[in-house]
Design a protein around this ligand. Structure first.
Ligand code: BDR
Ligand code: CA
Length: 315
């Protein structure tokens, strides 16, 4: 596999944080050009801090972290402390990160980095509301040819919604941004709730990670334990769905996922179904097939990948 150049755009969040650790455990496969933070699960000041803390834990002071948009494009910010705790990454000991925040705004970093790249060379990996990405596209549409692919977490079809009856959190927080991204014309691979609800962090899976004697693995266990408390009650599942790591797992092992090329369109008008992702799974319209809609995953292989990669970190 040739090394993939990526920008991770995120709102950590325990699952974003674990996704960062998975990506940072894979320097031979993935070149992280930068991590850009956006407001979402918690306000921006916490998401950027949490991203830097993960770089500290991973020993990756070589990765620059940028702060981007503090609120959605049109709507008011909605956060999810109920799910993630006050810090966004409850379950981990919070200290002031050693890695400094970059001065440049995340949106400008995305624009400048893409402008300097060759065509179709950079993969964007958004795991939060799509505000930073859509703002960059709106500000500099000339960056689009540089994007190889957008591999994102958001949306739902069969699993309907987790933050409203018809919408998934990331899309619901900034539907206008999602609408811009899904209409941008670049290839999209989408990890929605239909697939993330298949990768459940069961006790047995967490216990396997617990045996790994390094800080990244122990931080992951703390975060998964916290995540489980809320989600097992909400869904009555045997473990919490591990949403965001589906994105980097896909970059590392696309063969363990199953997808179908479909049109996905975003509801931006109706208050009742705001942020709904209308997935044309059976091709009943002639709308462009803009998205590789992922609908199945080998969950055991997913956790095997996560566990073996976390074991790569030094003590
Ligand atoms: C998504 O919403 C957030 O709470 C998680 O970090 C994930 O990105 C799941 O709906
Ligand atoms: Ca997220």
């Amino acid at each position: 596999m040739s090394k993939q150049a990526i920008i991770i755009d995120c709102d950590p969040g325990q699952d974003d944080a674990i996704n960062l650790l998975l990506a940072m455990s894979s320097p031979d496969e993935i070149d992280i050009l930068g991590i850009t933070a956006v407001a979402g699960n918690v306000p921006l000041a916490r998401t950027e801090r949490n991203a830097r803390l993960m770089c500290d834990i991973a020993g990756r002071s070589d990765i620059p972290v940028y702060a981007g948009c503090a609120r959605p494009m049109v709507r008011d910010l909605v956060t999810a402390e109920k799910v993630h705790g006050r810090t966004g990454i409850d379950g981990v000991e919070i200290t002031e990160p050693v890695l400094p925040l970059q001065e440049q705004n995340a949106v400008d970093f995305i624009v400048d980095t893409l402008r300097a790249a060759d065509d179709e060379t950079i993969t964007l990996v958004p795991t939060g509301p799509l505000t930073n990405i859509a703002t960059a596209i709106t500000k500099a549409p000339d960056i689009l040819p540089k994007v190889k692919e957008i591999v994102l977490m958001g949306g739902a079809m069969r699993e309907s919604g987790n933050h409203s009856p018809s919408a998934e959190f990331n899309i619901l927080v900034d539907p206008q941004a999602a609408d811009i991204v899904f209409k941008c014309g670049r290839p999209i691979t989408q990890m929605g709730l239909d697939v993330s609800h298949q990768v459940l962090s069961t006790r047995e899976r967490i216990d396997r990670i617990k045996k790994i004697d390094n800080q990244a693995a122990q931080a992951t266990v703390g975060m998964l334990d916290f995540f489980n408390r809320h989600d097992t009650k909400k869904y009555n599942y045997v473990g919490a769905p591990l949403h965001d790591p589906c994105t980097v797992a896909y970059l590392l092992r696309p063969d363990i996922f199953e997808g179908k090329l479909c049109n996905v369109s975003i509801e931006t008008q109706s208050e009742l179904t705001m942020g709904n992702t209308a997935v044309d799974f059976w091709h009943v319209t002639d709308r462009p097939r803009n998205t590789n809609w992922i609908h199945a995953v080998d969950a055991d292989a997913f956790y095997e990948l996560l566990t073996s990669h976390l074991a790569r970190f030094d003590k």
